[in-house]
Design a protein around this ligand. Structure first.
Ligand code: ADP
Length: 273
């Protein structure tokens, strides 16, 4: 009971005609496969910086032993690789924490506008080095989200960081927070957070897969700028835990829009009809 059964249909041509055979493939088997894929991916992601670190240690002991300039350069690369591993482990822990909390619905009253302002303030060191402009249009009108403050902070920061990382160096990021509609039917939709960039955008065939763990549009570019490939998977899990909704729209050459709808406390005050 409670197990979904997936039927795989094999169609083979035989001299007697078409033979259909049904193989019962349970959801448990699929989960086993997903887990194996995940472990293989994590191992691969950890192996890449480890291989680099091992290589540079060897070089520092050998060829670069008496070359301080080379040593300095290699140590910087090693620092970057170690940072990459730290981010990966941090993101893996975040993901496993959100999963462990499962379907328990968080109940803090969260001021999304304050979360957005705090995130932008935290990003100041990164933004200070770029020409990216962030524009905030807050129309939340004091509405609060029912959620987990720390996790919503992570959602907002992953989305804004992505807009900075993948947008143009001198691009614009627009953040809108809009209140639930006054229409009762739409009010249940909740508070809407939109993060829009005017970067290069994402080709349509990638959109559905962006929230998969380790899925990247351009692996080389993501790694180059320190991505782990887990940011949007974490966002999706957190939004799901909040019974929210995530939508990604993008037009190549124009930019990308991430829309999140989160339940507000308004819902609770709605009359039962
Ligand atoms: P990463 O750690 O690689 O940034 P994410 O899960 O946060 O991982 O994002 C997955 C991929 O989605 C990224 O590698 C990037 O290719 C793409 N992506 C995310 N946000 C944007 C954006 N605002 N514009 C263009 N591409 C994006």
């Amino acid at each position: 009971a409670g197990r979904d059964t997936v039927f795989q249909v094999h169609i083979a041509n035989s001299p007697l005609g078409v033979v259909l055979s049904f193989k019962d493939k349970t959801a448990d088997e699929d989960i086993g496969q997903l887990r194996r894929d995940f472990v293989a991916n994590v191992s691969h992601e950890l192996r890449t910086p480890l291989t680099a670190l091992t290589g540079f240690i060897e070089t520092l002991r050998g060829a670069a032993k008496s070359d301080p300039v080379a040593q300095d350069r290699f140590l910087s690369i090693m620092e970057r690789e170690a940072g990459r591993m730290t981010r990966l482990v941090d993101d893996l822990l975040s993901l496993s924490r959100v999963e462990a909390e499962g379907r328990v619905r968080p109940s803090d009253k969260v001021d999304l506008s304050a979360v957005v302002s705090a995130t932008i303030a935290n990003l100041e060191p990164v933004l200070g080095q770029s020409n990216v402009q962030i524009h905030v249009d807050d129309q939340s009108d004091g509405a609060l989200v029912q959620g987990d403050q720390n996790q919503l902070r992570q959602v907002v920061s992953n989305l804004i960081e992505n807009a900075v990382k993948y947008g143009h160096v001198d691009g614009n990021i627009f953040i809108f927070i809009t209140t639930p509609s006054h229409e009762v039917a739409l009010r249940a939709e909740g508070l809407r957070l939109i993060v829009r960039d005017d970067g290069p955008g994402i080709a349509p065939h990638h959109l559905a897969r962006l929230t998969e763990r380790f899925y990247r549009v351009d692996s080389h570019r993501s790694r180059e700028i320190g991505g782990t490939g887990l940011g949007l998977a974490i966002v999706k899990h957190i939004v799901n835990r909040h019974r929210g909704r995530l939508q990604i729209d993008s037009v190549e050459g124009e930019g990308t829009i991430f829309t999140i709808v989160l339940p507000t406390f308004f819902e609770k005050q709605m009359p039962v009809t």
